[in-house]
Design a protein around this ligand. Structure first.
Ligand code: PGA
Length: 253
């Protein structure tokens, strides 16, 4: 079975102490993950080492960075490189979140460079894609998201694309409380898988986990995750509440 993943995206929230408490509360629920299930905490940079040590002895619980820079090293004041993440043992990085694309002008090309660097340093990219409301209203979301994949991922070899996790996050559903219906999510996830299959073949496409993100909550996770092509979620707001997020973890297939 494909990996089923509950990924928490804390964004720019929590103090160090609040973050530590949140992790303690979630981990003390002792939810045993099956072999094919993973929980990932994408925390702010200053908390990565703390979160890593909190999760170190937990089976299939991991930590992710929320971003990295698209250059190896050098005079880029304030930026964080993939090599730095690797040197503290971080296995995942979220790339191309719509907030990065919108507020920090991250282009598909820049994201392709970030994807390449992450893979080079053995860090799994959680690559985000998704359309804004006007594109959804015009009904052109399928081709919009397809271009995001093509321009940032389709230069990868068959071996490397299998190392990427994809997160479909319709922008109109992020932080708005307006979740895509499970049918809308399934429809897009099936489309993404068919686009991957066209490029890499059905067997490869079948191995790639595609997460849904956008107002995933304790009360809708089970239904969303039960869709055949939805392999878990990337969760913002609800991941900041231990009771909500533990229910979301428990909703994985
Ligand atoms: P949300 O955020 O769950 O608060 O909608 C999801 C995300 O942006 O990753």
């Amino acid at each position: 079975m494909r990996k089923q993943i509950a990924a928490a995206n804390w964004k720019m929230n929590c103090t160090y102490q609040q973050g530590e408490q949140l992790l303690d509360d979630i981990l003390s629920a002792n939810i045993a993950l099956k072999e094919h299930q993973q929980t990932i905490f994408a925390v702010p940079f200053p908390y990565l080492i703390m979160a890593k040590s909190e999760t170190e002895n937990e089976n299939n619980y991991f930590v992710a960075a929320q971003n990295c820079y698209n250059k190896k090293s050098g005079a880029y004041t304030g930026e964080v490189s993939v090599e730095m993440l690797q040197s503290i043992g971080i296995p995942f990085v979220v790339l191309g979140h719509s907030e990065r694309r919108e507020y920090f002008q991250e282009s598909n090309k820049m994201l392709a460079e970030k994807v390449d660097l992450s893979l080079q340093y053995d860090i799994t990219p959680i690559f985000c894609c998704g359309e804004p409301l006007n594109i959804r209203e015009a009904g052109t979301q399928n081709s919009f998201v397809e271009v995001q994949l093509k321009e940032s991922l389709f230069h990868l070899s068959e071996k490397d694309i299998k190392r990427v996790v994809i997160a479909y996050e319709p922008i109109w559903a992020i932080g708005t409380g307006k979740t895509a219906s499970s049918e809308q999510a399934q429809e897009m996830h099936a489309h993404l898988r068919s686009v991957l299959a066209k490029q890499y073949g059905a067997a490869v496409a079948d191995e790639i986990s595609i997460l849904y993100g956008g107002s995933v909550k304790a009360n809708n996770a089970k239904e969303l995750f039960s869709q055949p092509d939805v392999d878990g979620g990337l969760v913002g707001g609800a991941s900041l509440n231990a009771a909500e997020f533990t229910t979301i973890i428990s909703s994985l297939k």
